[in-house]
Design a protein around this ligand. Structure first.
Ligand code: MV4
Length: 452
C-alpha cells in the first residue's frame, strides 16, 4: 500500500481524498494555488505545496509544477480527483514515467473513451446496445445527408472528441442538417482540435442513467448499481439519485451486466462510470467517464462502500475485497449540488466571502464541502461549493430529509442553488418521477437578464 499520496486537486474532492488517505493510514500531500492558500484541504493534509498562481493553467493544470511537488515530497502516487487532469492521458503517462502511480485508468483507457466514435464502436463490438447512427465519422455534407436519411429525423450531430454535451447539434430536416454539420465541424476543430463529428438518432426525452464500476489490476470488475443524473441544466448535473425510479429489476440487471462487459472490453482499470441513455425500457451506451465522479457519494450511501478507499487500494495492486454478489443496494440516496450561482440571474456565478454559514446535519444527511464561515469563494474555479446528500429508506423519505436539510442550509450573503433545489423537490412531476433531461428547461425556463 502507498505511504504517501499527492492530491492533484482542490475543494471538496481534495478533502474527500484526504479523508480516505487518513483512514487508510496514508500520508496526504495537498497542492494549492495562491488563491487557495486558506483552503481547508491545505490545512488538513499532512503536507502542502504551493504550485502556482490562481489561474488553473498556472496551478492545477500545471503538470511540471505538480510533478515537481510530487518529487520534492517523495510521494508514491497521485490522485487526480475529477476535472483538471483527471482524464489527461499525457499526465498519466508522465506520472508513470516518473515511477509515480496515477490513481486512475491506464492512458489507453482514457484515450479510447475520449474518442466518442471509437468508444461507441468498441462497445458495439462487445455486444452493448449503442444509439443507432453512423458507423464512422462524417467527412462530407453528402455523408451527413445520406446517414441522416438512413437514420430518420430528428438526428443529433456529436463531436467525436467532445462529450458532456459539448459540440452537439440537433437537426429535424436536411436544410438544418447541412448548416449544423459544417458548424459542428468547425466548432469541434476550435474546441477540441479535432473536427470529426458523427450522427445518431435523436432520442427526444431520455433519462441519463449511469453505472459505477471498479476494476482491479487482476481482471476483477464489479458494478455498484446505477445513478440517475437526469436532472441537469445545460449538461451540468444538478441532482443525482440512486436507485433510479425508471429502472425495473430486469432492466437494471441487464444494464449492470453491460456496464461490466464494457469495462472488460477495454481492459479497464480503476473507478469509472458507464453512461446510458434510457428510452422507455430500451437503453443505449452513451459515454464512459474515466474518473471518479462528483456524484460518487450517492453510490457510497446506498452500497455502504467507500469508493475512494477502494479506488486507492485497487491502484496499489490489491485485489477487490468483494465480488458482485456482495454488493447490495439498500435505501435511496439523493445529492443536490450546491453551487455559488444565482438562479435568478441565469445561474451566473456568485463568488465572494461567506459571512454566515449553517451546514445541515442530523439523521440521513451527509455534506461534502470545503467551505467555512469567512471563506472567500474564488472566481477562478468551478462554482460548486458543497454536495448535500440525503439518505432514506425510500425515495419519499429521502425527499423529506433533503427538503429539511435545504431549509437548514444557510450560506450568506452569496447567492446559491439552495432555493432552486427546494423548488425542484416540491415539484409534483419530480416527486412522481415523471421527468426527462428536459425537466429543468421545462419547469425553470431561462430568465432573460435585466435590460435585455
Ligand atoms: C443524446 C441525446 C439524445 N439522443 N444522444 C448530452 C451530453 C452527452 N452526454 C450526450 N447527450 C445527449 N445525447 C442521442 N442520440 C440527449 C443528450 C442530452 C442529455 C443526455 C443526458 C443528460 C442530459 C442531457 C441533456 C441534453 C441532451
Amino acid at each position: 500500500m502507498f505511504s504517501r499520496i499527492l492530491i492533484a486537486n482542490r475543494g471538496e474532492i481534495a478533502l474527500r481524498i484526504i479523508r480516505a488517505c487518513r483512514e487508510l493510514g496514508i500520508k496526504s500531500v495537498a497542492v494549492y494555488s495562491e488563491a487557495d492558500a486558506n483552503s481547508i484541504h491545505v490545512r488538513l493534509a499532512d503536507e502542502a505545496v504551493c504550485i502556482g498562481r490562481a489561474m488553473p493553467a498556472s496551478s492545477y493544470l500545471n503538470i511540471p509544477a505538480i510533478i515537481s511537488a510530487a518529487e520534492i515530497t517523495d510521494v508514491e502516487a497521485i490522485h487526480p480527483g475529477y476535472g483538471f487532469l483527471a482524464e489527461n492521458a499525457h499526465f498519466a503517462e508522465i506520472c508513470e514515467s516518473c515511477q509515480i502511480k496515477f490513481i486512475g485508468p491506464m492512458p489507453e483507457n482514457m484515450r479510447l473513451m475520449g474518442n466518442k466514435m471509437a468508444a461507441k464502436e468498441t462497445m458495439k463490438k462487445a455486444g452493448i446496445p449503442v444509439i443507432p447512427g453512423s458507423d464512422s465519422v462524417l467527412k462530407t455534407k453528402e455523408d451527413a445527408l445520406k446517414e441522416s436519411k438512413k437514420i430518420g429525423y430528428p438526428v443529433i450531430i456529436k463531436a467525436s472528441a467532445g462529450g458532456g454535451g459539448r459540440g452537439i447539434r440537433i437537426c429535424h430536416n436536411d436544410v438544418r442538417l447541412i448548416g449544423a454539420f459544417l458548424t459542428a465541424r468547425s466548432e469541434a476543430e476550435a474546441a477540441f482540435g479535432n473536427p470529426d463529428v458523427y450522427v445518431e438518432k435523436y432520442i427526444e426525452a431520455p433519462r441519463h442513467i449511469e453505472f459505477q464500476i471498479l476494476a482491479d489490476e487482476k481482471g476483477n470488475v464489479v458494478h455498484f448499481g446505477e445513478r440517475d443524473c437526469t436532472i441537469q441544466r445545460r449538461h451540468q448535473k444538478l441532482i443525482e439519485e440512486a436507485p433510479s425510479v425508471f429502472l425495473n429489476e430486469k432492466v437494471r440487471k441487464k444494464m449492470g451486466e453491460f456496464a461490466v462487459r464494457g469495462a472488460r472490453a477495454v481492459d479497464y482499470r480503476g473507478a469509472g462510470t458507464i453512461e446510458f441513455l434510457l428510452d422507455g425500457d430500451d437503453f443505449y451506451f452513451m459515454e464512459m467517464n474515466t474518473r471518479i465522479q462528483v456524484e460518487h457519494p450517492v453510490t457510497e450511501m446506498v452500497t455502504g462502500i467507500d469508493l475512494i478507499k477502494e479506488q486507492i487500494k485497487a491502484a496499489a495492486g490489491q485485489k477487490l475485497s468483494f465480488g458482485q454478489e456482495d454488493i447490495k443496494i439498500k435505501g435511496c440516496a439523493m445529492e443536490c449540488r450546491i453551487n455559488a450561482e444565482d438562479p435568478e440571474q441565469d445561474f451566473c456565478p456568485s463568488p465572494g466571502r461567506i459571512e454566515a454559514l449553517n451546514i445541515p446535519g442530523g439523521p440521513g444527511i451527509r455534506v461534502d464541502s470545503h467551505v467555512y464561515a469567512g471563506y472567500v469563494i474564488p472566481p477562478f474555479y468551478d462554482s460548486m461549493i458543497a454536495k448535500l446528500i440525503a439518505y432514506g429508506r425510500d425515495r419519499d423519505e429521502t425527499i423529506k430529509i433533503m427538503r429539511r436539510a435545504l431549509d437548514e442550509f444557510l450560506i450568506e450573503p452569496i447567492k446559491t442553488t439552495v432555493d432552486f433545489h427546494k423548488k425542484v423537490l416540491i415539484n409534483p412531476d419530480f416527486q412522481k418521477g415523471n421527468f426527462s433531461t428536459h425537466f429543468v428547461e421545462k419547469f425553470f425556463p431561462q430568465r432573460k437578464k435585466e435590460g435585455r
